[in-house]
Write a protein that binds this ligand. Structure first.
Ligand code: BGC
Length: 768
């Protein structure tokens, strides 16, 4: 009793001075004591968040996505949660404050994944964590590591890859970067949030093998490698139950199998049955409403929620609060390093750009080249996608500005034409005349439809005469809330096709070259038009420094070293999941809306294309460089329970550059059909000077190469001979070694999360 009194005194005296330092550190026992002091109403209040406008917030940061409730009498402060994947999404506040609350807009998660550099992911996370800390944000709602199951998912740009290992490793590095700043990350959206259409209720019907190997694997890697402070559930269902109320997912797998001890929260707004959610393993309802508090109180009274369940969630919540900067005494005393972070955003953007084509080493382009710059997004570049990952950035540097800064000459007439067209379009689309400037930069009119050049023959002709080359930019936006369309989105619009057609033929007829920059969210159809161009650089959504970052690569200041984190198929219908993905515009009912059958099973991306040996436009892991690399003799050693592989990479060209080593494992065939090869590890060299080399060391375990054996609910690694290939892409293996596993190995897990109806998973007829 004495101890509790001391605790109360301590807690109460610390409150009222929430920003003071030297807060007591609580251990589990203290937290249990605090729980004993709380009423059921207070416990319920802690587990239901609130919005900044509510009275329950001890300090608010304008524009944060949500807050937890504070308990004044016990010195428990609110914590603030803000998006997201490319930076801290808050609103700028009044000029009375000594700081500006613009946040750096970093490259999208896809662009970050394309760096294949854990260091870059750590740096981006750490910088976002730093800005969060400066603005008083406790938890950053990122990373989203859902699998890019289908090229049309509207949120793919917020995700990392079609491959769970790449997504998991890059996601872990980002989480570690954020959390090393003392800010919590939120691993989301757990799990199978792979389409926007019907996302609030869609039941993802997935075979247990695909669920474990593809959809859960990235999350498993992040939980084990980086221990995120929080996990956010997804909106959809799995096994016929909402993920956020699914104990098989949140308790059996996340807590029991993976040992997770952080907090689980809901995704935003879509209120479900609160008792079901608590019983199912969700601890915090976001952003929360009073009716959920009432439901918890009633649920405890009528026995739907046990006190033990309630206390367990409160324990996770208190542990989180006591780790937070709000509890530890955060103050407005540290302005974020926006200038330094802008430089970092630029660097990461360049490192993620993928050189897809470079005939006759046309790129890089020398300074002073006269460039005819075509395409609306050359003058209004796209920094990122729309929705919750958008941030209030200080600026977006468009490509035309970036090129001029880099010393290129742009033709004034063309620039004038695009500027006028843009003004016209802005007037047309200006549905929000009341918006402030920052809103205009951040939210609206990210993509203006391409200009119709069908009557512009003479302009193109005179440009071709006056300029040394043409640069065409293709832009494509994407956002939360809707999936992408096929026509005019995955495929080029008629105006874009015409622009490429006309500009290329005019310039080529004069012996001048044409390069294309793709300022796009993700996968596009390219086979039908790429031959008309001499070079293609995939810049993704590169963040606010877009224009200067692209110019860095075009000019050769930075040698591109990005690699594709997903496959670019020849056509959309080559993608197996296209048979089970909602086509925008079709009836919203039943199949693909209420439920989606993941009939492709594990055959996602390169796992499918490489196994059946189908042509693709660009394979997973692909990306060119301005230099060349050779791979030496690989070595493989068994060290304790790990396989450790090393290989020397040498820069054989004439300029400095970085190369990614991708380690693929081909397993012996057993009754479980395996992909021809699967990525198990990767590493990137430092910037190697011509002639310089570096030994890259990569490792994996027997568990990492296991497949999921549904019939026996276990991970299984069969004995036999395995091939280990060191690739520059998933279709370009430079060296191979073999190794033996002498006896079968297995790891038993729970038989949970069965789809409510059996999924007829496609079988591949391939002879290996
Ligand atoms: C999104 C989340 C986001 C949350 C808060 C939801 O609509 O799905 O990714 O973190 O909003 O803004």
């Amino acid at each position: 009793m004495k101890k509790i009194l001391i605790l109360i005194v301590c807690l109460v005296s610390s409150f009222g001075n929430v920003l003071a330092n030297n807060k007591p550190e609580y251990n589990d026992k203290d937290i249990n004591n605090i729980i004993n002091l709380l009423t059921v109403e207070q416990k319920a209040r802690l587990l239901v968040g609130c919005l900044g406008s509510d009275n329950g917030v001890s300090h608010r940061v304008a524009g944060a996505a949500g807050y937890s409730f504070f308990i004044d009498s016990l010195g428990i402060p609110s914590i603030n949660l803000a998006d997201g994947p490319v930076g801290v999404r808050i609103s700028p506040v009044s000029s009375k404050k000594k700081y500006t609350s613009y946040s750096t807009c970093f490259p999208s998660s896809t662009a970050l994944a394309a760096t294949w550099s854990e260091n870059m992911a750590w740096l981006e996370g750490n910088a976002i964590g730093g800005e969060a800390k400066a603005y008083g944000i406790d938890i950053i709602l990122t990373p989203g590591i859902n699998i890019m199951r289908n090229p049309l998912c509207g949120r793919n740009f917020e995700y990392f890859s079609e491959d769970p290992r790449l997504a998991g490793i890059m996601g872990s590095a980002m989480i570690n970067g954020i959390q090393d700043k003392g800010i919590g990350a939120s691993l989301k959206h757990f799990v199978a949030n792979n389409q926007q259409t019907g996302k609030l209720y869609n039941d993802a019907r997935i075979s247990l093998r695909a669920l474990r190997e593809i959809y859960l694997k990235g999350f498993e890697i992040c939980i084990k490698n980086s221990d995120p402070w929080t996990v956010m559930g997804s909106y959809n269902k799995i096994g016929g139950k909402y993920t956020q109320a699914n104990p098989e997912l949140l308790k059996t797998i996340l807590r029991d199998e993976w040992g997770y001890t952080g907090l689980v929260m809901t995704d935003w707004y879509k209120k479900r049955d609160t008792s079901d959610q608590l019983n199912g393993g969700t601890d915090l309802m976001m952003p929360g409403e009073q009716s959920q508090v009432d439901e918890i109180v009633v649920g405890v009274k009528n026995g739907r929620i046990s006190e033990a369940t309630l206390n367990e969630s409160v324990k996770y919540m208190l542990k989180l609060i006591f780790k937070s900067i709000s509890y530890k005494g955060w103050q407005y005393n540290e302005a974020p390093d926006l200038a330094g972070n802008a430089e970092l955003a630029r660097k990461i953007a360049t490192e993620g750009m993928v050189l897809l084509k470079n005939d006759s080493s046309f790129l890089p382009i020398p300074e002073n080249t006269k460039i005819a710059l075509f395409g609306i997004t050359a003058y209004k570049s796209i920094a990122g996608g729309t929705g919750s990952s958008n941030v209030n950035k200080p600026h977006i540097i468009d490509l035309s500005t970036g090129l001029e800064k880099a010393g290129y000459t742009l033709n004034d007439r063309l620039k004038g034409l695009y500027t006028k067209y843009m003004e016209f379009q802005n007037d047309l689309l200006d549905k929000h005349p009341e918006s402030t400037d920052w809103e205009k930069i951040s939210y609206y009119r990210t993509v203006i439809p391409e200009m119709d050049l069908s009557k512009a023959e003479s302009i193109i002709e005179s440009e071709a005469k006056k300029s040394d080359m043409a640069l065409i930019v293709i832009g494509r936006g994407s956002g939360e809330e809707s999936d992408r369309r096929l026509e005019g989105d995955f495929y080029l619009t008629p105006e874009e096709k015409l622009m490429i057609e006309k500009v290329s033929s005019q310039f080529h007829s004069l012996g001048k070259k044409v390069a294309v920059i793709m300022n796009v969210c993700g996968v596009m159809e390219m086979n039908s038009w790429r031959d008309k161009t001499d070079a293609i650089l995939l810049a993704w959504f590169p963040g606010q420094e877009c224009g200067v970052a692209i110019a860095d690569v075009i000019s050769g200041k930075v040698n591109p070293s990005g690699k594709l984190p997903m496959t670019f198929p020849v056509d959309y219908f080559d993608v197996p999941s296209s048979r089970n993905f909602p086509m925008v515009g079709k009836t919203k009912d039943g199949k693909n809306f209420d439920y989606t059958n993941y009939e492709e099973g594990i055959w996602i991306g390169y796992r499918y294309f490489n196994t059946v040996n189908l042509s693709v436009a660009y394979p997973f892991g692909y990306g060119l460089s301005y230099t060349g690399f050779s791979f030496g003799e690989p070595k493989l050693e068994r060290k304790k329970d790990k396989w450790v592989a090393t290989i020397r990479v040498t820069n054989t060209g004439e300029v400095s550059g970085k190369e990614v080593v991708q380690l693929y494992v081909s397993a012996p065939q057993t009754s479980i059909q395996k992909p021809s090869s699967e990525l198990k590890a990767f590493g990137k060299t430092r910037d190697l000077k011509p002639g310089e080399s570096e030994i890259i060391k990569l490792q994996f375990s027997d568990y990492d190469i296991a497949s999921f054996d549904e019939d026996n609910s276990r991970w299984f690694t069969s004995k036999g001979t395995y091939l280990l290939s060191f690739g520059s892409s998933s279709r370009d293996f430079k060296a191979t070694v073999s190794f033996n596993i002498n006896k079968d190995k297995s790891w038993k897990v729970h038989d949970v999360l069965k789809p409510i109806e059996k999924v007829n998973v496609m079988k591949l007829s391939v002879k290996r």
